[in-house]
Design a protein around this ligand. Structure first.
Ligand code: HEC
Length: 292
Protein backbone atom coordinates (compact mmCIF):
# COMPACT_ATOMS: atom_id res chain seq x y z
CA UNK A 1 0.00 0.00 0.00
CA UNK A 2 1.25 3.41 -0.92
CA UNK A 3 2.05 6.19 1.53
CA UNK A 4 -0.03 9.35 1.16
CA UNK A 5 1.18 12.93 0.86
CA UNK A 6 0.60 14.83 4.14
CA UNK A 7 -2.26 17.34 3.94
CA UNK A 8 0.08 20.21 4.94
CA UNK A 9 2.17 19.58 1.82
CA UNK A 10 -0.96 19.58 -0.33
CA UNK A 11 -2.12 22.85 1.20
CA UNK A 12 1.28 24.48 0.64
CA UNK A 13 1.20 23.40 -3.01
CA UNK A 14 -2.34 24.76 -3.39
CA UNK A 15 -1.36 28.10 -1.82
CA UNK A 16 1.67 28.28 -4.14
CA UNK A 17 -0.51 27.67 -7.19
CA UNK A 18 -3.09 30.20 -5.99
CA UNK A 19 -0.36 32.85 -5.63
CA UNK A 20 0.84 32.14 -9.17
CA UNK A 21 -2.73 32.25 -10.47
CA UNK A 22 -3.64 35.50 -8.71
CA UNK A 23 -0.36 37.13 -9.67
CA UNK A 24 -0.88 36.30 -13.35
CA UNK A 25 -4.28 37.97 -13.36
CA UNK A 26 -3.70 40.88 -10.97
CA UNK A 27 -0.10 41.62 -12.10
CA UNK A 28 0.91 42.75 -8.61
CA UNK A 29 1.00 41.37 -5.08
CA UNK A 30 -1.89 43.63 -4.05
CA UNK A 31 -4.14 40.54 -3.81
CA UNK A 32 -2.45 39.61 -0.52
CA UNK A 33 -4.69 42.17 1.15
CA UNK A 34 -7.82 41.02 -0.72
CA UNK A 35 -10.50 38.98 1.07
CA UNK A 36 -11.06 37.02 -2.18
CA UNK A 37 -7.54 35.62 -2.06
CA UNK A 38 -7.76 34.61 1.60
CA UNK A 39 -11.28 33.30 0.98
CA UNK A 40 -10.01 30.97 -1.75
CA UNK A 41 -7.10 29.91 0.48
CA UNK A 42 -9.49 29.00 3.30
CA UNK A 43 -11.94 27.17 1.00
CA UNK A 44 -9.10 25.29 -0.74
CA UNK A 45 -7.60 24.31 2.63
CA UNK A 46 -10.96 23.03 3.90
CA UNK A 47 -11.41 20.98 0.71
CA UNK A 48 -7.88 19.60 1.11
CA UNK A 49 -8.71 18.58 4.70
CA UNK A 50 -11.91 16.87 3.61
CA UNK A 51 -10.01 15.09 0.85
CA UNK A 52 -7.42 13.98 3.39
CA UNK A 53 -10.08 12.78 5.87
CA UNK A 54 -11.71 10.65 3.17
CA UNK A 55 -8.24 9.35 2.32
CA UNK A 56 -7.75 8.40 5.98
CA UNK A 57 -10.96 6.37 5.98
CA UNK A 58 -10.00 4.49 2.83
CA UNK A 59 -6.52 3.93 4.19
CA UNK A 60 -7.89 2.45 7.43
CA UNK A 61 -10.10 0.07 5.51
CA UNK A 62 -7.34 -1.07 3.22
CA UNK A 63 -4.99 -1.44 6.19
CA UNK A 64 -7.28 -3.95 7.85
CA UNK A 65 -7.07 -6.19 4.81
CA UNK A 66 -3.25 -6.32 4.81
CA UNK A 67 -1.29 -9.32 6.08
CA UNK A 68 0.65 -8.86 9.35
CA UNK A 69 3.89 -8.62 7.43
CA UNK A 70 2.55 -5.97 5.06
CA UNK A 71 1.11 -4.04 8.01
CA UNK A 72 4.50 -3.97 9.70
CA UNK A 73 6.35 -2.78 6.62
CA UNK A 74 3.69 -0.14 5.93
CA UNK A 75 3.95 1.21 9.48
CA UNK A 76 7.73 1.20 9.31
CA UNK A 77 7.69 3.23 6.12
CA UNK A 78 5.11 5.62 7.52
CA UNK A 79 7.60 6.63 10.21
CA UNK A 80 10.06 7.99 7.61
CA UNK A 81 9.55 11.76 7.20
CA UNK A 82 7.82 12.85 4.00
CA UNK A 83 10.78 14.60 2.38
CA UNK A 84 13.13 11.75 3.23
CA UNK A 85 10.66 9.34 1.60
CA UNK A 86 10.51 11.50 -1.55
CA UNK A 87 14.29 11.58 -1.67
CA UNK A 88 14.54 7.80 -1.30
CA UNK A 89 11.86 7.27 -3.96
CA UNK A 90 13.91 9.21 -6.46
CA UNK A 91 16.59 6.51 -6.31
CA UNK A 92 14.39 3.47 -5.77
CA UNK A 93 14.13 0.89 -8.51
CA UNK A 94 10.99 -1.07 -9.10
CA UNK A 95 11.14 -4.63 -7.88
CA UNK A 96 10.83 -7.43 -10.43
CA UNK A 97 7.30 -8.33 -9.29
CA UNK A 98 6.15 -4.72 -9.50
CA UNK A 99 7.57 -4.52 -12.99
CA UNK A 100 5.83 -7.67 -14.11
CA UNK A 101 2.44 -6.15 -13.26
CA UNK A 102 2.91 -3.16 -15.49
CA UNK A 103 4.73 -4.74 -18.37
CA UNK A 104 3.24 -4.36 -21.84
CA UNK A 105 4.75 -6.94 -24.10
CA UNK A 106 4.75 -5.79 -27.69
CA UNK A 107 5.56 -9.26 -28.92
CA UNK A 108 5.99 -8.35 -32.55
CA UNK A 109 8.97 -6.03 -32.12
CA UNK A 110 10.38 -7.44 -28.90
CA UNK A 111 10.35 -4.06 -27.18
CA UNK A 112 9.27 -4.18 -23.56
CA UNK A 113 7.27 -1.23 -22.31
CA UNK A 114 6.39 -0.41 -18.72
CA UNK A 115 2.93 1.06 -18.30
CA UNK A 116 3.96 3.32 -15.43
CA UNK A 117 1.29 5.50 -13.89
CA UNK A 118 1.85 9.19 -14.45
CA UNK A 119 2.98 10.87 -11.25
CA UNK A 120 0.29 12.78 -9.36
CA UNK A 121 2.22 16.05 -9.52
CA UNK A 122 2.49 15.68 -13.29
CA UNK A 123 -1.23 15.05 -13.70
CA UNK A 124 -1.98 17.91 -11.31
CA UNK A 125 0.12 20.35 -13.34
CA UNK A 126 -1.42 19.05 -16.55
CA UNK A 127 -4.99 19.65 -15.39
CA UNK A 128 -4.06 22.96 -13.82
CA UNK A 129 -2.49 24.04 -17.11
CA UNK A 130 -5.50 22.88 -19.12
CA UNK A 131 -8.02 24.69 -16.94
CA UNK A 132 -5.85 27.79 -16.84
CA UNK A 133 -5.54 27.76 -20.62
CA UNK A 134 -9.29 27.50 -21.16
CA UNK A 135 -10.05 30.28 -18.66
CA UNK A 136 -7.32 32.50 -20.06
CA UNK A 137 -8.17 32.04 -23.74
CA UNK A 138 -11.87 32.60 -23.04
CA UNK A 139 -11.14 35.70 -20.95
CA UNK A 140 -8.73 37.01 -23.57
CA UNK A 141 -11.11 36.43 -26.48
CA UNK A 142 -14.44 37.52 -25.06
CA UNK A 143 -13.79 39.92 -22.19
CA UNK A 144 -11.52 42.81 -21.25
CA UNK A 145 -10.28 40.78 -18.31
CA UNK A 146 -6.48 40.31 -18.39
CA UNK A 147 -6.38 41.76 -21.91
CA UNK A 148 -3.11 43.66 -22.36
CA UNK A 149 -4.40 46.08 -25.00
CA UNK A 150 -7.45 47.18 -23.05
CA UNK A 151 -5.36 47.29 -19.86
CA UNK A 152 -2.94 49.56 -21.67
CA UNK A 153 -5.77 51.83 -22.90
CA UNK A 154 -7.21 51.97 -19.42
CA UNK A 155 -3.89 52.84 -17.79
CA UNK A 156 -3.14 55.41 -20.47
CA UNK A 157 -6.47 57.16 -19.83
CA UNK A 158 -5.89 57.05 -16.08
CA UNK A 159 -2.44 58.57 -16.44
CA UNK A 160 -3.65 61.36 -18.74
CA UNK A 161 -6.45 62.06 -16.26
CA UNK A 162 -4.05 62.11 -13.31
CA UNK A 163 -1.70 64.49 -15.16
CA UNK A 164 -4.65 66.80 -15.90
CA UNK A 165 -5.68 66.55 -12.25
CA UNK A 166 -2.14 67.32 -11.13
CA UNK A 167 -1.95 70.39 -13.39
CA UNK A 168 -5.29 71.60 -12.00
CA UNK A 169 -4.37 71.26 -8.34
CA UNK A 170 -0.77 72.44 -8.70
CA UNK A 171 -0.35 76.21 -9.06
CA UNK A 172 1.26 77.01 -12.45
CA UNK A 173 5.02 77.57 -12.38
CA UNK A 174 6.02 81.18 -13.06
CA UNK A 175 9.37 82.94 -13.11
CA UNK A 176 8.74 83.94 -9.47
CA UNK A 177 8.09 80.37 -8.25
CA UNK A 178 10.43 78.46 -10.59
CA UNK A 179 13.46 76.89 -8.94
CA UNK A 180 16.35 74.71 -9.99
CA UNK A 181 15.88 71.10 -8.96
CA UNK A 182 18.38 68.42 -9.95
CA UNK A 183 15.44 66.01 -10.25
CA UNK A 184 14.09 68.02 -13.20
CA UNK A 185 17.22 67.72 -15.34
CA UNK A 186 16.25 64.43 -17.00
CA UNK A 187 12.73 65.66 -17.86
CA UNK A 188 14.29 68.91 -19.09
CA UNK A 189 16.61 66.99 -21.39
CA UNK A 190 13.55 65.44 -23.04
CA UNK A 191 11.97 68.88 -23.56
CA UNK A 192 15.28 70.08 -24.98
CA UNK A 193 15.57 67.15 -27.40
CA UNK A 194 12.03 67.73 -28.67
CA UNK A 195 12.05 71.53 -28.99
CA UNK A 196 15.50 73.05 -28.83
CA UNK A 197 18.03 70.67 -30.34
CA UNK A 198 17.24 71.77 -33.91
CA UNK A 199 18.83 75.17 -33.25
CA UNK A 200 21.05 74.72 -30.18
CA UNK A 201 22.34 71.26 -31.25
CA UNK A 202 23.08 68.22 -29.11
CA UNK A 203 24.11 69.00 -25.58
CA UNK A 204 23.45 72.71 -26.27
CA UNK A 205 26.77 73.20 -28.06
CA UNK A 206 25.16 75.74 -30.41
CA UNK A 207 24.26 75.99 -34.10
CA UNK A 208 21.61 78.38 -35.38
CA UNK A 209 21.13 79.34 -31.73
CA UNK A 210 24.07 80.21 -29.48
CA UNK A 211 26.25 77.85 -27.47
CA UNK A 212 24.49 77.32 -24.11
CA UNK A 213 27.42 75.64 -22.38
CA UNK A 214 29.83 78.59 -22.21
CA UNK A 215 29.78 81.66 -19.99
CA UNK A 216 28.97 84.17 -22.76
CA UNK A 217 25.38 85.37 -22.82
CA UNK A 218 23.75 87.81 -25.22
CA UNK A 219 20.62 88.05 -23.10
CA UNK A 220 21.05 88.82 -19.43
CA UNK A 221 17.72 90.23 -18.21
CA UNK A 222 18.06 88.55 -14.80
CA UNK A 223 20.85 88.56 -12.22
CA UNK A 224 20.76 84.86 -11.52
CA UNK A 225 21.43 82.26 -14.22
CA UNK A 226 18.46 79.93 -13.61
CA UNK A 227 15.93 82.80 -13.67
CA UNK A 228 17.70 84.24 -16.70
CA UNK A 229 17.23 81.03 -18.69
CA UNK A 230 13.58 80.81 -17.58
CA UNK A 231 13.04 84.44 -18.64
CA UNK A 232 14.61 84.00 -22.12
CA UNK A 233 12.74 80.76 -22.84
CA UNK A 234 9.46 82.21 -21.53
CA UNK A 235 9.71 85.50 -23.43
CA UNK A 236 11.98 84.60 -26.35
CA UNK A 237 14.29 87.14 -27.99
CA UNK A 238 12.30 89.54 -30.16
CA UNK A 239 13.47 89.79 -33.73
CA UNK A 240 15.36 86.48 -33.66
CA UNK A 241 14.52 82.85 -34.30
CA UNK A 242 14.26 82.31 -30.51
CA UNK A 243 10.52 82.40 -29.96
CA UNK A 244 8.64 83.05 -26.69
CA UNK A 245 8.00 79.42 -25.79
CA UNK A 246 5.98 80.23 -22.66
CA UNK A 247 4.13 83.36 -23.81
CA UNK A 248 3.25 81.66 -27.13
CA UNK A 249 1.71 78.78 -25.20
CA UNK A 250 4.00 76.10 -26.66
CA UNK A 251 5.51 75.09 -23.31
CA UNK A 252 3.92 75.16 -19.83
CA UNK A 253 5.67 76.80 -16.89
CA UNK A 254 6.55 73.34 -15.66
CA UNK A 255 8.17 72.42 -19.01
CA UNK A 256 10.22 75.63 -18.91
CA UNK A 257 11.26 74.93 -15.32
CA UNK A 258 12.47 71.51 -16.49
CA UNK A 259 14.30 72.67 -19.60
CA UNK A 260 15.85 75.56 -17.65
CA UNK A 261 17.18 73.02 -15.13
CA UNK A 262 18.76 71.10 -18.02
CA UNK A 263 20.34 74.22 -19.57
CA UNK A 264 21.56 75.30 -16.09
CA UNK A 265 23.03 71.81 -15.63
CA UNK A 266 24.98 71.79 -18.92
CA UNK A 267 26.16 75.36 -18.28
CA UNK A 268 27.22 75.07 -14.63
CA UNK A 269 27.71 71.39 -13.87
CA UNK A 270 29.34 70.23 -17.11
CA UNK A 271 32.51 71.44 -18.81
CA UNK A 272 31.77 73.90 -21.67
CA UNK A 273 31.86 72.56 -25.24
CA UNK A 274 34.56 74.77 -26.78
CA UNK A 275 34.84 75.65 -30.51
CA UNK A 276 37.74 73.20 -30.66
CA UNK A 277 35.30 70.46 -29.61
CA UNK A 278 32.69 71.53 -32.17
CA UNK A 279 30.91 74.13 -29.99
CA UNK A 280 29.70 77.45 -31.43
CA UNK A 281 31.96 80.45 -30.72
CA UNK A 282 31.21 82.82 -27.85
CA UNK A 283 28.18 85.07 -28.43
CA UNK A 284 27.38 88.09 -26.23
CA UNK A 285 29.32 89.20 -23.18
CA UNK A 286 30.87 87.25 -20.35
CA UNK A 287 28.37 86.77 -17.55
CA UNK A 288 28.87 87.24 -13.80
CA UNK A 289 25.84 85.52 -12.29
CA UNK A 290 24.82 86.08 -8.70
CA UNK A 291 24.85 82.95 -6.58
CA UNK A 292 21.57 80.97 -6.73
C1 HEC B 1 14.46 78.06 -34.31
C2 HEC B 1 15.72 78.08 -33.59
C3 HEC B 1 15.69 78.02 -32.09
C4 HEC B 1 15.03 77.13 -31.31
C5 HEC B 1 14.16 75.98 -31.74
C6 HEC B 1 15.38 77.46 -29.95
N1 HEC B 1 16.23 78.52 -29.90
FE1 HEC B 1 17.06 79.36 -28.26
N2 HEC B 1 17.89 80.74 -29.39
C7 HEC B 1 17.87 80.85 -30.77
C8 HEC B 1 18.60 81.97 -31.21
C9 HEC B 1 18.82 82.40 -32.64
C10 HEC B 1 19.05 82.62 -30.05
C11 HEC B 1 19.88 83.87 -29.96
C12 HEC B 1 18.99 85.10 -29.79
C13 HEC B 1 19.85 86.32 -29.74
O1 HEC B 1 20.34 86.68 -30.80
O2 HEC B 1 20.02 86.83 -28.64
C14 HEC B 1 18.61 81.82 -28.93
C15 HEC B 1 18.87 82.10 -27.61
C16 HEC B 1 18.62 81.27 -26.56
C17 HEC B 1 19.04 81.50 -25.21
C18 HEC B 1 19.83 82.68 -24.71
C19 HEC B 1 21.28 82.53 -25.14
C20 HEC B 1 22.07 83.83 -24.97
O3 HEC B 1 23.27 83.79 -25.23
O4 HEC B 1 21.48 84.83 -24.58
C21 HEC B 1 18.62 80.46 -24.48
C22 HEC B 1 18.84 80.22 -23.00
C23 HEC B 1 17.89 79.60 -25.36
N3 HEC B 1 17.92 80.13 -26.63
C24 HEC B 1 17.28 78.42 -24.97
C25 HEC B 1 16.48 77.71 -25.82
C26 HEC B 1 15.66 76.60 -25.37
C27 HEC B 1 15.64 76.07 -23.96
C28 HEC B 1 14.97 76.17 -26.43
C29 HEC B 1 13.95 75.08 -26.50
C30 HEC B 1 12.79 75.24 -25.67
C31 HEC B 1 15.37 76.98 -27.57
N4 HEC B 1 16.26 77.90 -27.15
C32 HEC B 1 14.90 76.79 -28.84
C33 HEC B 1 17.25 79.93 -31.60
C34 HEC B 1 16.43 78.90 -31.20
Amino acid sequence: MKQRTPVVVNILIIIGLLIVFYYLFVQSYAFFSSPYFWGTVVIASILAYIHSAIGDLIENNKFKKLSEEEKASYLAEKKIPFLRRQYNAAFKKQSATEEKDILIDHGFDGIMELDNQLPKWWLGLFWFGTVFCIVYVAAFSFTDFAHPISEYDQEYKEQIASIAEFEKTQPPVTIETAEFLADNIAAGEEVFKTNCVSCHSEGGKGGIGPNLTDNFWNNQPEKKLFKNIFHVVDNGVTGTAMQAWGKNGVLTGRDIQNVAAYVYHINQEQPPITPAQGGAPAYGTEAHWEKE
